[in-house]
Design a protein around this ligand. Structure first.
Ligand code: NI
Length: 171
């Protein structure tokens, strides 16, 4: 009986440690308090902190390098600073959302019949690139975007290029 209670406590502590490791990368949830768990306090997952987009953008210096700021349901929310032309690519299995925060994107696209067209995306606007559609963003100086896409999405699509950032940083 005493052993069972002891094991239960150990399990609780291990669970709390695991939660704290998870929380440390995210930096957007309250740090768990081991003592709090014993008192039945809310876990970090039940009291998420807000994420300030301007603060996160201030931590980014490299362009064309998506930074992960949140994760949910197998999807990731990312921020990136963009400037100049990226590269033509497509994503076979994922639709890709761009929300322009600052600057401007000229999104070049090629439709199914390989006809090229472009769409200007201004701050406060989103564009969703359907899977399989080739696209090439050209960004004005000072452009920043929020991206929302499945965790598996590579920003250069199926091509691995000089510009491909495999381990996208979490901030
Ligand atoms: Ni893309």
């Amino acid at each position: 009986m005493i052993q069972a209670v002891f094991l239960k406590q150990i399990k609780k502590i291990l669970h709390a440690l695991k939660a704290s490791q998870h929380a440390s990368w995210a930096q957007n949830v309250a740090q768990p308090n081991l003592f709090g768990y014993h008192l039945g306090m809310p876990t970090p997952h039940t009291r998420p902190a807000t994420i300030n987009i301007d603060d996160k953008l201030a931590q980014i210096s490299a362009t064309w390098t998506p930074h992960i700021i949140a994760e949910l349901n197998g999807q990731q929310v990312k921020l990136a600073k963009l400037e100049g032309e990226f590269t033509w690519h497509d994503h076979a299995d994922e639709d890709e959302l761009f929300l322009v925060l600052t600057g401007r994107i000229t999104m070049q696209m090629r439709d199914e019949s390989a006809q090229q067209h472009e769409q200007i995306v201004e701050p406060g606007e989103i564009i969703v690139i359907p899977r399989g559609i080739e696209h090439n963003p050209i960004a004005a100086a000072g452009t920043s975007v929020l991206l929302f896409e499945p965790a598996a999405t590579k920003h250069t699509g199926d091509k691995v290029l000089e510009r491909t950032v495999v381990d996208q940083p979490r901030i």
